[in-house]
Structure formats: C-alpha cells, structure tokens
Ligand binder design. Structure first.
Ligand SMILES: [Fe+2]
Ligand SMILES: [Fe+2]
Length: 475
C-alpha cells in the first residue's frame, strides 16, 4: 500500500501521482469544493483554530493525527481501506467471481446512482448544521460539531474520487452537481428528504448524529459489501470515521438525559415538564424529538418491498448488513423474509421474497442498533430513581414512504383517523411551542470547561485531553 504524502495537494493512498489525468480532474474540483465550504460550510468559522483529527493513514493502530487546524486548511484526502487479497463478489448472481476493480459496463448507471445518492448526503449534512456553531453548549461540543463537518466533507471527497476515477465524463458532471444541490434549496434540493431540513438546535444535532449518521453507518456497511472493490474499500474506511459521529450523538443524548435526570432528582420533581422551570430538556419533549428523527430516518431505507434493491443485490453491487457473516446462500432465490404492511385497519406481517425485502432487512438491523443506545439512556434515567422510559416509535408511525405512508398511527402503532391525528399529533411530535422552548435554551457557552445547563459534561475529553481543554480558539 502506498504511504500518504502530506505535501501532495490531495493527500491520498491511491497513487494519485501515477494518474495525472485523474489528478488534474480532482485538482480542478478542489477549489470549487473550497468555495462551497466557505459559502455553505460552518458559518463564521473560517478563522477558528480547531483541535481536529485528520486521517493520515489507514492503519488501525494510528490513522488519525490531532492538532489545531483552521477548517479551510483541513487536509481532505482520499483513503481506501487496504485491499483484501483475492476478494470475491460475495453475493448475487456473480457470487464467487473475483471482485471487480473496474465498473462492470452493464451496472454502470446503477452503481453511479448508489454513489451519487450516498455522496449527496455528506455535504448536505454540513449545510444543514452550518449555523449550530453560533449556539454551542461548550467548546468540547463545538469541536465535535466541526470534526463531524470536516469528515462529512472528506466523505464527499471519497465519493467524488470514485466518480472521477471510474465514471468518466458523467462522473465529473455528477461531482459538480454535488456542489450545486443544496439542503433545503427549493430549485435544487438534496436528493433525500431528511437532508433538506436545517438542524437548528443542539438537541436536534445530537439526535441527527444518533439517527441520521446511523443510517449512514448502515448504508455504508451495505455498500462496503459491494463486488465493486474500490467502493467497498472506500466505505470501509469511511465507517472508521463514522463511528465517532455516532459516538457524538449517543454520548450527547446521554449527557442531556443525565442532566435532565439530575434536575429532576435534585429538585424532587414528579411532573417531568417541571424540568423546564430549571432550564433543562424535559423527557416528554425529548421523546417527541426522538419520534421525529427516528421516523424520518426509517424512510431513508426506502420502500419495504423494492425491486430496485433486489436488482442491486442480484447484481452484487449493494449487499446486506454483515453480508458475509449471514448463514445463507447469499443468492436468496426462493427465500422469504417477514415484511410489515397494512391490511385494512390493521398492521400485519407477511412472508415476502427475501430479495424484495433487502431494504426492510437493513431497516430492521438499523432498528435493533438504534434500540441498543435507547436502552443505555433508560439506564441513566432508572439510576436516578426516575420512572420514565424513552422508546422508539412503531415503524408505522409518521412514515412518508412505503405502505405506512397511507395511514396515520399513534407512536405505539395503532391506526387512527386523520381527524384524530390532527387533534393529537402535537402530543407525539415537537410543536411550535416545544421548538420555541428548545430554541430558547440555545445560548453559546464558550468559556473553557463550561457547559450549558441542559447538558452534562462528558466523562472524558477528546484524544485524552482534559474536558477543560481549549478545543477551539477564536481570533
Ligand atoms: Fe458521512
Ligand atoms: Fe457521519
């Protein structure tokens, strides 16, 4: 494997030097990326010195270097996980063939669509989160936000590299379009709906990194099974970075839960809404935000029954989560999978062809993984002697894609009328008043080692630095 030369304009381990045409194409795209970052990246933050990690190798023992960096000078590089010797296509009709080092001509448009859809979410999230720096609850949190942002920028680089290196002229056009679509732009929106809403507060940010970034984890994991080897290797390294984003979300919500539980216990509150009198985020409101984020993320997995997903699977270009660890034939002809649906007034399950249920299986894996963290939050609440349980809403709740888009349900999955929904949805999803309350808490806390009142300090700092480290320096 080639080492990474940081004097290169574009740090990489893909031997960019050996391909001047590709190098020129990327060097041509780089200033456009920087212009985009300056215009739509973190607001008013170009000059901060931020204690960031930068990927400098792909060795598990030490791939990250930590130091102060001004974000426009961050070294966005191209890193692929090491090639696996004799890697094969591990599923679908080409199972057992050598993995492809070039795009198979007949699968070109499908592969391009998968790469573009994934790539589009990366800059989208940076755009969505761009104003959050103005209201950070601490320097520690501000640094984590910027870390996530620069790495989503690198994930865009990862996908743009594939487009430039393997898809010729239309790949170059797609790379340009990545910087032309913008989150929430009515004329040129981002591709997926959940990536078109601004993230306006830090409760939403932590839920975003818990739920949306977890969708990212599962999509990347499914793509890392791809028979197209460069895509697999790119996604495998992206997953290493993604783990930190999920940590930011999970630990962030844990800290909010911790603080709320402390407020309730210290003040002997029995009505959870009284937490607001003490400037905390009450559990019923947190539950509504969970209901919102989880339900829009379930939509990101697509239709419950999908012939597109079946096609991608049979082609060998997008697999299942942990594909090679699943004990079946990895072809799935004649096999079935339990899929939820609606029949009249009831939510039912039926056995459907497993090939058509690839999306649903990934959504189920996502749900299991999402629940694991919820159990941790509930342990914190219970440890304070408080009787409240946070739950994931039913998979039918507040859906916009698939059979459940046709019905209205309660968070526990009872089908209700539109009239009842209109009357009660404010009990289940954040209301204008809830949002205004959360917004009222969003005041920046930028003193070293200090934290906003609604969130507990973390147990430890970043890269073994103390919690009261100067994670961001302003000029
Ligand atoms: Fe990402
Ligand atoms: Fe991420």
């Amino acid at each position: 494997m080639a080492g990474i030369n940081y004097s290169d304009k574009i740090p990489n381990n893909v031997n960019l030097d050996d391909d001047p045409r590709l190098q020129r194409a990327l060097e041509n795209w780089q200033p456009k990326f920087l212009d985009w970052w300056k215009e739509l990246g973190p607001h008013n933050a170009l000059n901060h010195d931020v204690y960031l990690r930068t990927a400098v190798s792909v060795e598990p023992s030490g791939w990250a270097h930590f130091d102060y960096v001004k974000m426009p000078e961050y070294r966005w590089g191209i890193f692929l996980a090491p090639a696996e010797k004799d890697r094969k296509v591990n599923f679908g009709k080409h199972k057992g063939d050598a993995a492809w080092q070039q795009v198979p001509g007949e699968y070109r448009s499908e592969l391009r669509r998968l790469i573009v859809t994934q790539g589009d979410t990366e800059p989208a999230s940076v755009e969505q989160q761009r104003k959050l720096g103005l209201t950070a609850p601490s320097l520690y949190d501000l640094r984590n936000l910027y870390q996530v942002n620069v790495e989503e920028g690198r994930h865009l680089w990862a996908m743009v590299y594939l487009l430039h290196a393997y898809f010729g002229r239309d790949g170059r056009e797609e790379a340009e379009a990545m910087l032309e679509r913008h989150a929430g732009n009515p004329d040129k929106p981002r591709i997926l709906q959940a990536f078109n809403v601004d993230t306006t507060d830090w409760l939403s940010f932590h839920l975003f990194t818990y739920f949306q970034d977890r969708d990212g984890k599962f999509q990347l994991a499914a793509l890392s099974e791809s028979g197209f080897d460069p895509l697999s290797r790119t996604c495998r390294f992206m997953l290493t970075e993604e783990a930190h984003h999920l940590f930011v979300g999970e630990s962030g919500i844990s800290r909010i839960v911790q603080r709320t539980a402390e407020i309730m216990k210290e003040n002997k509150l029995s009505d959870p809404m009284d937490v607001r009198k003490f400037g905390g985020i009450d559990f019923p409101t947190l539950q509504k935000y969970i209901n919102f984020h989880y339900s829009i993320c379930l939509d990101l997995f697509g239709q419950e029954l999908s012939t597109n997903a079946a096609t991608y699977y049979t082609m060998g270009i997008k697999g299942r989560y942990g594909e090679t660890k699943i004990a079946d034939d990895h072809v799935l002809e004649g096999m079935t999978y339990r899929v939820p649906g609606v029949q009249g007034e009831k939510i039912i399950e039926s056995d459907e062809p497993a090939l058509n249920a690839i999306n649903q299986r990934l959504r189920d894996d996502y749900a299991t993984d999402s629940q694991r963290g919820m159990d941790g939050f509930n342990k914190i609440i219970a440890a304070h002697g408080i009787n409240f349980t946070l739950t994931l809403p039913n998979r039918a709740f507040h859906r916009n894609i698939g059979p459940f888009a046709q019905v209205r349900t309660t968070p526990t999955g009872q089908i209700i009328t539109q009239a009842e929904w209109d009357k009660r949805h404010g009990d289940w999803l954040p209301t204008a008043e809830d949002k205004a309350y959360i917004q009222s808490l969003m005041k920046p806390v930028l003193e070293i080692g200090k934290f906003a009142n609604y969130i507990a300090p973390p147990q430890r700092g970043i890269n073994r630095q103390p919690v009261d480290f100067e994670y961001v320096k302003f000029h």
